[in-house]
Design a protein. Structure first.
Length: 408
């Protein structure tokens, strides 16, 4: 992964009214842009949490997510703001530490400024730590690190998850299964809570959709050799292998398959897609080697370059102009947040959180919101999850990544 992007404390950034002239997101210094031509008291204050002071992959993910949030503000401001008011964003470096996130949130709240909306960059521990105070303060929140109850409007009526659910991702496999004519599958997966949930969901959704799951094998995320589990699955003779792994285990699983000489098609989840090994050349990665010859990876449609999608091209340009995108745009969902807020606030004619929350669950508001990372969110009265349609996903062969997108 790319090196960590360091930033200290709380960086206040106000993005320019026309979206241009923004300071680098990687700056260690506080700066203001955005509502500079307006009375600051008239601006709409939003915040974004991100572990940009963390290390390694957490910092890379956070930097991409924060850049997307800043670009969301810049693009909405260029479009006239919300209810004729410009947006002002404050970046809160939580260092991916829940305690730090809560402390800095309380500091932000104690300033007395009215915070209308919040975004976060994950992980889910940050969501868990900050949602109670955000909800109690009546702040509309958008998150990319869902938790067990973050999408439950009975618990958090003002929170809306931008990230697809595990079930959304799994249902995104079904068109690929049908298109390729696969009838049976085996699963290899890691030991994290997400990996276990993914495996269980694959088993449930595939079985109810008429596909046979012939075997499932987990591996310890610290293991260096997965060939015993893979050999066990090979003996079941599946037509396709469903793969979950992240980081170094991605390499070990693919090398294990190659070592066994197992010529099996592989459909891998977004965790594999976010692993550097599949987008980097040797010796750092596996791109172009036999190990990835049978591999196809699941990504959001927006994570693939598409020169004909003007709105997506514009969004990526906004992000690239504002800051670094060291990880894939699966971490760029915050770009959609302020467009959702704009559509809902203008439908409600108000910044009242109850009115905005009510508008966000209207299908017509979701249809008119100019979102691009996910073309349409499907929030409803029972679930504030993204509830993404399978058409939001696609499978691609491994390839290089530029500005958070796989080159096509």
């Amino acid at each position: 992964m790319l090196g960590a992007v360091a930033a200290a404390g709380v960086t206040a950034l106000t993005l320019a009214a026309c979206g241009g002239g923004t300071a680098s997101s990687g700056s260690d210094e506080s700066g203001t842009q955005g509502a500079s031509d307006e009375d600051p008291s008239d601006s709409i204050k939003v915040i974004v949490f991100g572990g940009i002071g963390a290390e390694g992959v957490l910092a890379d993910n956070a930097r991409t997510s924060v850049t997307a949030a800043e670009a969301s503000v810049a693009s909405v401001n260029e479009a006239g703001g919300i209810l004729d008011r410009k947006l002002e964003i404050e970046v809160i470096d939580d260092t991916a530490d829940p305690t730090v996130a809560v402390t800095k949130l309380q500091e932000a709240l104690s300033k007395g400024d009215e915070i209308v909306a919040s975004m976060n960059s994950g992980p889910s521990t940050i969501t868990d730590a900050t949602l109670p105070a955000l909800s109690e303060s009546g702040i509309i929140s958008f998150g990319i690190g869902p938790t067990a109850d973050s999408a439950d409007p009975e618990v958090y009526p003002y929170n809306f998850d931008l990230s697809p659910t595990p079930e959304d991702y799994v249902r995104g496999f079904l068109p690929a299964m049908e298109e390729n004519g696969y009838a049976s599958a085996a699963i290899i997966h890691g030991s994290s809570a997400y990996s276990e949930a993914f495996s269980g969901m694959i088993d449930d959704v595939f079985s109810e959709s008429g596909y046979e799951v012939v075997g499932s094998q987990g591996f310890d995320n610290d293991a260096l050799d997965m060939t015993p589990q893979l050999d066990s699955l090979r003996s079941k003779d599946p037509e396709v292998l469903i793969m979950d792994a992240y980081g170094a285990p991605t390499t070990y699983v693919l090398e294990g398959i190659e070592k066994l000489g197992w010529d099996v098609p592989i459909l891998a989840n977004t965790s594999v897609a976010a692993s550097p090994a599949i987008s980097l050349d040797p010796p750092t990665g596996l791109l172009g080697t036999d190990a990835v010859e049978n591999l196809n990876i699941q990504i959001l449609v927006s994570t693939a370059q598409d020169a004909e999608n003007d709105a997506l091209v514009e969004a990526v340009d906004f992000m690239a102009e504002i800051g670094d995108l060291p990880s894939t745009l699966i971490n760029g969902l915050n770009y959609d947040a302020m467009w959702l807020l704009k559509a809902a606030a203008e439908d409600a004619g108000s910044l009242d959180p109850d009115a905005i929350a009510e508008s966000l669950i209207k299908p017509e508001v979701q249809e008119t919101a100019a979102t691009v990372m996910i073309s349409q969110y499907n929030f409803n009265a029972e679930s504030h999850a993204a509830n993404s349609d399978p058409s939001e996903f696609m499978f691609v062969a491994p390839g290089p990544v530029a500005n958070g997108q796989f080159e096509q």
